[in-house]
Ligand binder design. Structure first.
Ligand code: CP
Ligand code: NVA
Length: 304
């Protein structure tokens, strides 16, 4: 069997994704009970970070320790990647020493090239195109709080960034209705929009997008690598803050998610992110459980 990678949500079938969500919940319970479960004993994960991270790094590293394995943090500053060693060569070498690699980088073709030259699983820990691990955690979190997301309405309000692209793919894989509301000029990736045009509806105003939604999601206005656009983006996104008015238009049982880090007073008001409908802390914690399920599946297969 050829090596499985997780570069986008489309690398897993709908059945596999649903299995991962359920398994994440089981692994969470095992951890909470304090049970020792170490299926990845002696396995080693390499973690390449070309961008900053708190949640992704800590959840992968803690996850590997809890599953009995270990991990190695690789920054371009200290490896030959930063001095121009080709990703193809790096992939071949890491394949011979490690069991799995997680990579966070800028261009998505770096992860596809890495996967092409690796005979161990490659996991996308965020690229400019998508953030599939975050979506595993988001889907687990919605499931824990509100049950199956299939048939529900999700409103994406804000930038058409890597998270927005991932929500389009998630709408396809998990079967929810997606109201996409982004400022003009800040739409999601054109190819993803074209390939999955049945999976979302473009909505002109945040108010309309939020109306009767079951889940409202947003993200920063300037992603990593776009810091110099901050001022210009603040102007373009001025009417796109998820605040009490927007949340008040959603279904009364609606919840709010944000992958974090968040900027209170920009894409979300403090009243919402710190309010009763926010499930962002569970969402962040679930990165750990969802990625444990993912690594267990990629390295050991289904448990039952
Ligand atoms: N949500 C997320 O990926 O957070 P980090 O950038 O802290 O890893
Ligand atoms: N869109 C954000 C997500 C951070 C987890 C970024 O790419 O910076």
């Amino acid at each position: 069997m050829s090596t499985r990678h997780f570069l986008s949500l489309m690398d897993m079938s709908q059945d596999e994704l649903n299995y991962l969500i359920k398994r994440a919940c089981e692994l969470k319970e095992i951890t909470k009970k304090g049970e020792v479960y170490e299926p990845l004993k002696n396995k080693v994960l390499g973690m390449i970070f070309e961008k900053s991270s708190t949640r992704t790094r800590v959840s992968f590293e803690a996850g590997m320790i809890q599953l009995g394995g270990g991990s190695i943090f690789l920054s371009p500053r200290d490896t030959q990647l930063g001095r121009g060693e080709p990703i193809e060569d790096t992939a071949r070498v890491l394949s011979s020493m490690l069991d799995c690699v997680m990579i966070r980088t800028f261009a998505h073709d770096v992860v596809t090239t890495m996967a092409k030259y690796s005979n161990i699983p490659i996991i996308n820990g965020l690229t400019d195109l998508c953030h599939p691990c975050q979506l595993l955690a988001d889907m687990q979190t919605y499931y824990e709080h509100r049950g199956n997301i299939n048939g529900k309405t999700v409103a994406w309000i804000g930038d058409g960034n890597n998270m927005a692209n991932s929500y389009i793919l998630a709408a396809n894989q998990f079967g929810f209705k997606l109201n996409l509301c982004t400022p003009k000029g800040y739409e999601p990736d054109a190819k993803i929009m074209d390939d999955y045009k049945d999976c979302y509806e473009i909505i002109g105003s945040p108010e309309e997008a939020a109306s009767s939604a079951d889940l409202i999601v947003t993200d920063v206005w300037a992603s990593m690598g776009q810091e110099e656009e901050q001022a210009q983006r603040e102007k373009a996104f001025a009417n796109f803050q998820v605040d009490d008015k927007i949340m008040g238009l959603a279904d009364k049982d609606a919840v709010f998610m944000h992958c974090l880090p968040a900027h209170r007073g920009e894409e979300v008001s403090a009243t919402i992110i710190d309010g009763p409908q926010s499930i962002v802390w569970d969402e962040a914690e679930n990165r750990l459980h969802a990625q444990k399920a993912l690594m267990e599946y990629l390295l050991c297969g289904k448990r039952k």
